[in-house]
Design a protein around this ligand. Structure first.
Ligand SMILES: C[S@@+](CC[C@H](N)C(=O)[O-])C[C@H]1O[C@@H](n2cnc3c(N)ncnc32)[C@H](O)[C@@H]1O
Length: 207
């Protein structure tokens, strides 16, 4: 359950960190409950495998993932920004938070002795991150996910036309058999679309 005592008001952490690191934080406010619910609904909770949320910020999506998580499913968050990570730890004291870069996912999982990774929920601002960094992070996810694993993420609606032609989108098409997306979550600011990628290694485009 989220804990508000002693924590910064929701939004103030993301707002302040956006001005310190705009290309990492990528939004001036945390995601809405509507986006959190839309993402949590799409998670395929794996049998035995772990679920990792990357770019968890101060926990706007995390709260909804944890509310839907079956008991016993291993779950932890990866967050690059130390201030956001501390805000997240204060809000959700029982959550394991790893302060590191998603691009290091393979070494994080080895260090934390995570067995199989069934689902990665990447709730970071893909469209504002430099393309070479996007590629490194996606390669790390692809290398870490189980063969039947799932990648979930959101893209803000205004970025979609450019994003669809990006190296990130091509890398997804080359590696996942199915890439589905939901309808626009209009209640989020900015509105966002949730993508659900599955069938790793079974894409007909895979080289
Ligand atoms: C827009 S905020 C989203 C926070 C939260 N997931 C939400 O939806 O409200 C993006 C978060 O991704 C984190 N982030 C950016 N690049 C990252 C990386 N390479 N590895 C891990 N976290 C990263 C930022 O520090 C920030 O907390």
């Amino acid at each position: 359950m989220a804990k508000e005592d002693g924590a910064a008001p929701a939004d103030s952490t993301i707002f302040r960190q956006f001005f310190a690191r705009p290309r990492e934080v990528g939004a001036i406010r945390r995601s809405s409950p509507a986006l959190g619910i839309a993402m949590a609904k799409e998670v395929r909770w794996p049998d035995g495998g772990a679920v990792i949320e990357a770019g968890a910020g101060d926990g706007a999506i995390t709260e909804h993932l944890l509310a839907a998580k079956p008991p016993g499913t291993p779950f932890f968050a990866v967050e690059l920004n130390r201030t956001c990570a501390h805000a997240l730890e204060r809000r959700i004291p029982d959550l394991k938070v790893v302060v590191d870069d998603l691009a290091n996912l393979c070494s994080i999982c080895a260090r934390e002795e995570v067995g199989e990774v069934g689902t990665v929920v990447a709730t970071l601002p893909w469209s504002v991150i430099p393309e070479d960094k996007q590629t490194r992070m996606l390669e790390a996810i692809i290398e870490t996910l189980a063969p039947d694993g799932q990648l979930l993420f959101y893209i803000y609606i205004q970025a979609l036309p450019f994003w669809r032609r990006s190296p990130f989108a091509r890398l997804l098409q080359d590696n996942f058999e199915t890439i589905r997306h939901g309808s626009v979550v209009w209640k989020n600011v900015p509105p966002a679309v949730v993508f659900d990628c599955r069938g790793l290694g079974q894409s007909p485009n895979r080289v």
